[in-house]
Design a protein around this ligand. Structure first.
Ligand SMILES: Nc1ncnc2c1ncn2[C@@H]1O[C@H](COP(=O)(O)OP(=O)(O)O)[C@@H](O)[C@H]1O
Ligand SMILES: [Mg+2]
Length: 249
């Protein structure tokens, strides 16, 4: 379980979170929605202990991570698998080498073990035909799959964290990535996806939070989101055409 207890956070004078409180179980599939600059990425960075709150507490698995040393935090981070917004690959390495890189860097696996793991994981994300291709030869969707594979290769997490995983993809590839994300959580492993796209959120999550002015101003299920009595949330939902179709059906 992840608990935010009255968390405030600022970048310099710029207040990002002001008294955010919520808890998320590891098995939940949660979308954190909100406009750009509302602090979505900041929440993921706080969960991983990459930054510390100015006040308030954050608990992961019952442990107060705001008090942890860097080496203790490393253990906490192993519980998660994060796919950051950019997901950049190394241009000079082919697909196989891109995925192997992390394993060489952060594990003591033998070359044979690394090879087997790379092939297994690229199979899971459906790019096992592209092992020898260079990043520039990949389509946007394949590129995203490989960067997903790279972060999957390292650990078997308790929970997946995704930061705007479909940004910059065309609708078909975005849809495929959402399917993949949903698939990876099929066996009950939870996820937190931060996004400004309600349509993507609907495909992978069953709990929705909406960030605004430093807090979660909404927290509910799909139906509650579609009928939320808040103009800004309605604007988000209607922007993708969901509000009108779903509200009338
Ligand atoms: N390292 C930083 N230093 C100063 N400001 C930052 C930094 N990182 C992010 N910000 C600003 O903080 C705000 C919230 O950031 P972020 O959590 O990335 O928002 P979101 O992911 O919802 O778009 C943004 O306006 C961003 O420009
Ligand atoms: Mg962001």
């Amino acid at each position: 379980m992840i608990v935010f207890d009255n968390v405030t956070f600022s970048y310099g004078a710029r207040n990002i979170l002001s008294g955010a409180s919520f808890s998320i179980r590891f098995e939940e599939r949660v979308a954190v929605l909100g406009g750009s600059g509302e602090g979505k990425t900041t929440i993921l960075r706080l969960v991983l202990g990459l930054i510390k709150p100015d006040s308030g507490k954050i608990f992961v698995d019952g442990e107060d991570i705001t008090e942890k040393s860097e080496s203790e935090l490393r253990e906490i981070r192993m519980k998660f698998n994060i796919v950051f917004q950019e997901g950049a690959l190394f241009d000079s390495l082919n697909v196989r080498e891109n995925v192997a890189f992390c394993l060489r860097e952060y594990t003591k696996m033998s070359e044979e073990e690394i090879n087997a793991r790379v092939e297994e994981i690229l199979g899971i994300v459906g790019v096992d035909q592209a092992l020898e291709l260079m990043p520039e030869e990949l389509s946007g969707g394949m590129h995203r799959r490989v960067s997903l594979a790279r972060s999957l290769a390292l650990s078997t997490p308790r929970m997946f964290l995704y930061d705007e995983p479909t940004t910059g993809l065309d609708p078909i590839n975005a849809n495929n990535i959402c399917k993949l994300i949903a698939d990876l959580s099929k066996d009950g492993k939870g996820l937190i996806m931060v996004t400004h796209k309600v349509s993507d959120a609907m495909k992978v999550a069953d709990r929705f939070m909406f960030l605004k002015d430093g807090r979660a101003i909404f927290d509910g299920n799909r139906k509650e989101l579609l009928h939320a009595d808040h103009a800004e949330i309605q604007a988000f939902v209607s922007e993708v055409g969901f509000y009108n179709t779903a509200a009338t059906s």
